[in-house]
Design a protein around this ligand. Structure first.
Ligand code: AHR
Length: 331
C-alpha cells in the first residue's frame, strides 16, 4: 500500500477530518493505489555487472508483486543521481534505492530525503556521510575482501620464484567503494611484499573501452618489451579491454604469461578463465534485487533492517570451472 508520511497524513487529517483513503495520487487516479513506489537511481550501464544488477532489480520490483519501479539511469554522472533523488522526493515515493557512483557528496540530498520521511536503501557501493541515519540500510559486496582474495592468489602463485612480480593495476571509477576497496587491498599487499612492483596505476573507469585505451597507451610508451606478471583489473570489462590490448601487442595471457586478475566473475570472464586467458576471476554478486526486497518487507512490517549486509562471494580459477557451470550461471 502506498504509504503517506506522517506530517502529510496529519495535515490531511486536520484538513479533512478523516484519514480514510489517504494516498498521494491525484483525484480520480486509482492506478497505483496498492503499489509500493520505489525510486531507483542506478549508476549507468558501464559494465556487464551493472546490466545484471539492473535486471535483478527490474525482475523483483514488478507490478505483479505490488511495486511500481521508477528506474533512473544516471549515465555515470553523480549530478544526474542527485537530480533523480530530488525528483523522487517531489513524487513522494515510498522508498529510494540508490546505487551511488562514488562515496562523497551525498549529505545534502540524503538529508532532504530524510526530512521528507523517505527511507533510502543503498545498494552495491557505500556513501561517506557524517550521519549514518541518512540511510536505512546498505546491501552490497565487501570490496576490500574481494581484493584481499586476489592478493592472496597472487602471493600464492608467485611465492616459489622469489623474483620480482611486475604488476599493472587498472582501476575502476575513482572514489567508488569498489575502486577504493580493491585498490586498498592491492596496495596493502604490495607494501607487504618487497618483490611486488606496481609498474603503473591506470584509470580504466570500469569500462572495456577506457581500459583498452589506457593499456594501449601504456604499452606503446614502453621503450621495449617488458615482462608483465600480473594485470590487476578492477572489473571484468577492464580485463576484456586489457586482454585485447595485450594480445594485439603479442603478449600471451595466462598462467605462463601475463596473469589477468579480474573482479565480478560474469559469464564472459568465466569463459575467458576456462580458456586460460584470465587467471583469476573474483566474484562480485550483482543479484541484489531479492535482498533489497527483503529490506523493504522488513520496513513495511514496521521493523528495522540490518544496517549493512554483505553478500557471500568466492573466486574461480580455471580448475574450478566447467562449461555447464558457466552456462547455468545467472549472470
Ligand atoms: O560496484 C560494483 C562494480 O561496479 C563492479 O565490479 C563493476 O563491474 C561495476 O561497474
Amino acid at each position: 500500500m502506498k504509504r503517506i508520511w506522517l506530517p502529510a497524513l496529519l495535515a490531511f487529517v486536520l484538513a479533512f477530518g478523516s484519514g480514510c483513503g489517504a494516498r498521494m495520487n491525484p483525484p480520480g487516479d486509482s492506478s497505483n493505489e496498492d503499489l509500493t513506489v520505489i525510486g531507483m537511481s542506478q549508476v549507468g550501464a558501464e559494465s556487464d555487472w551493472r546490466v545484471a544488477n539492473s535486471e535483478s532489480m527490474k525482475a523483483v520490483f514488478t507490478e505483479e508483486k505490488g511495486y511500481r519501479l521508477l528506474f533512473d539511469d544516471a549515465r555515470q554522472k553523480q549530478e544526474n543521481q542527485i537530480t533523480a533523488i530530488r525528483r523522487f522526493i517531489q513524487q513522494q515515493v515510498d522508498y529510494i534505492v540508490l546505487m551511488p557512483i562514488s562515496e562523497s557528496g551525498w549529505d545534502s540530498v540524503l538529508q532532504e530525503a530524510k526530512e521528507a520521511g523517505i527511507p533510502v536503501i543503498l545498494v552495491d557501493r557505500m556513501v561517506d556521510v557524517e550521519d549514518d541515519s541518512l540511510y536505512a540500510a546498505h546491501i552490497g559486496s565487501d570490496f576490500f575482501k574481494e581484493g584481499a582474495l586476489a592478493a592472496a592468489w597472487i602471493e600464492n602463485a608467485f611465492q616459489e620464484t622469489g623474483n620480482a612480480v611486475n604488476i599493472i593495476h587498472i582501476q575502476g571509477t575513482m572514489g567508488s567503494t569498489a575502486q577504493l576497496g580493491r585498490t586498498a587491498a592491492l596496495e596493502e599487499a604490495a607494501a607487504a611484499h618487497e618483490n611486488w612492483e606496481l609498474l603503473a596505476q591506470l584509470d580504466g573507469d570500469f569500462t572495456q573501452a577506457k581500459a583498452y585505451e589506457v593499456m594501449v597507451d601504456y604499452l606503446s610508451g614502453l621503450p621495449g618489451r617488458r615482462r608483465i606478471d600480473v594485470v590487476y583489473c578492477e572489473n571484468d570489462n577492464i580485463a576484456f579491454g586489457a586482454l585485447q590490448a595485450l594480445e594485439e601487442r603479442g603478449y600471451d595471457c595466462g598462467r605462463e604469461g601475463v596473469n589477468i586478475v579480474a573482479f565480478d566473475a560474469t559469464r564472459g570472464a568465466l569463459t575467458e578463465c576456462l580458456k586460460g586467458k584470465i587467471s583469476l576471476a573474483v566474484e562480485c554478486n550483482p543479484l541484489l534485487g531479492p535482498l533489497v526486497e527483503e529490506v523493504i518487507q522488513v520496513m513495511e512490517a514496521g521493523g528495522t533492517p540490518e544496517k549493512h549486509r554483505y553478500v557471500k562471494e568466492r573466486a574461480f580459477t580455471r580448475e574450478d570451472l566447467t562449461e555447464a557451470l558457466i552456462t547455468n550461471r545467472e549472470y
